[in-house]
Design a binder for this molecule. Sequence first.
Ligand code: 6R9
Length: 649
Amino acid sequence: MSSKVYPVSKSAKTRALIDSDKYQKWYEESIETPDKFWGKHGKRIDWFKPYTKVKNTSFKGRIPIKWFEDGLTNVSYNCIDRHLKTHGERVAIIWEGDNPYIDKKITYNELYDHVCRLANVLKKHGVKKGDRVTIYMPMIPEAAYAMLACARIGAIHSVVFGGFSPEALAGRIVDCESTFVITCDEGVRGGKPVPLKENTDIAIDIAAKNYVIVHNVLVVRRTGGKIGWAPGRDHWYHQEMASVKPDCPPVKMKAEDPLFILYTSGSTGKPKGVMHTTGGYLVYASMTHEYVFDYHDGEIYWCTADVGWVTGHSYIVYGPLANCATTLMFEGIPTFPDQGRFWEVIDKHKVNIFYTAPTAIRSLMGAGDEFVKRSERTSLRLLGSVGEPINPEAWEWYYHTVGEARCQIVDTWWQTETGGIMITPLPGATDLKPGSATRPFFGIKPELVDAEGKTLEGATDGNLCITDSWPGQARSVYGDHDRYIQTYFATYKGKYFTGDGCRRDEDGYYWITGRVDDVLNVSGHRLGTAEVESALVSHHLVSEAAVVGYPHDIKGQGIYCYVTLMADVEGTDQLRKELVAHVRTEIGPIATPDKIQFAAGLPKTRSGKIMRRILRKIAEDDFGALGDTSTLADPAVVDELIENRQNKK
Ligand code: 6R9
């Protein structure tokens, strides 16, 4: 833990929407009288029918959570239509291509046209309110149009990250019984094509075997590469868009009607379809976007996430557009054509607010300062971080080298399930401590508990819970509300359990220490150890697998796999490669194992439970402190595992 403090700078304080007094006042009001507080702030979006009820939530029983329940609104209307009268010609989206010579700007008027047309295309093919539409797209504006078009007609979108494999895509299509897919011929990243349509075709075949038939695929032409075509099922986006009307009235949605499903990994089983609804989500996403980034009218804002993750949903698309911001969407990667790309893009588009992940910061820090120094970055005013704990070294580099000690840093802690930022500095209100996400946002009541669920007070370590609802909270797991209750509210009764460990210091600052469950965070991407294990054991030569994380300099965590092979199969380097490739096919490149150790046996308790604690220690090369191994069925396996460890220092 770093003990340094960086006070709010004078310039941040002068311009800030929220100073420390206001933060205190608003925070107290948000906690003491949430109905009054949110009743006021719910009005930041437009309602076709105003709400009269504000908060109707409980963390007990079936966990009913309703915000603004009798109000009617529409997310697409709020992100587009309401800005047109005054700001129709403002740029809504700046798109920066993978190729540094290609970019384009889309105004709010143009956004309206694209989204309405696309909504009409969906309607023409029979998509109705409540239907699920899968969006499997690269980072091109059409991905945002697709999300907003769904929202316009009340269809529920499920965006699947373009880096996921056909298997993973199929699983998500099947789970929410989605019969309409929007994709692209090929994506482009770092100069290389990504075969999205081909993957979609394979996924659709797998889905059909699971009795979910995709009837329509809308294909955006990005590269013009060769692709397969199913006549009747596949439609070209540009042709369809040309044949429909440029206006489409937004459907009046109840505040609690679903807006989207987003699949995320947990400690057990398959990824869960986290479900977010309309009114509360948009209020929370737009409010956090405005205050956390201290967003002022006319500023250029860039979040480098992919729309396939929640950060892309809330802070590339919904939050910024609801605030009539100019949001930059980047198709490429931070290292193409070279490691100076981020800083070049900042200069090129005069970016004021830049929001990225620690893994990118660490990797660019490793590339050396000359890439940063090549750029001016004079437009930069604020820097943000999200996705994993940021180590103080990376924080300091970000602050001093990238921001030249001029820009406040907001280290924002939140989750797919929280919909928006939960613990974060506010630029004009919060003194910074490198590595700490600092303090709760308005309406957020964090609590630290011990393993038994006892509330811990003062400066302490504990498991991070949230004790009352906030508008952006996920309402359910799609199609499986029991799993929602079980996953988030069963561990500590009456509290939402985040799955994260956390330390609170004597100033009441929160320091997230990482997951305390079997969820890995690899380069800011959530991955369940169970998912990687099940991918490994689906290989015909594997009998058993156990997966743990270990500290990795760039990725935050690396993936370490212990694999027991079928009888008489030899663990060769060739087989290692084959298993790595197999996991990539089953899940996608983000799940690429870093280390594979072949093991004759795994350490198990007498009741057959794998002792992951021991496996973690061995993966960390820290087996001096293995703790109690006496409960193991066969303590001898541990020596063999240590002997053959893959991370010898
Ligand atoms: C937004 C997002 C959520 C998990 C979360 C935690 C980790 C996110 C963090 C952070 C420390 C931060 N996490 N932000 N840890 N400091 N600022 O990343 O959502 O993909 O669902 O991941 O990421 O472990 O529980 P998601």
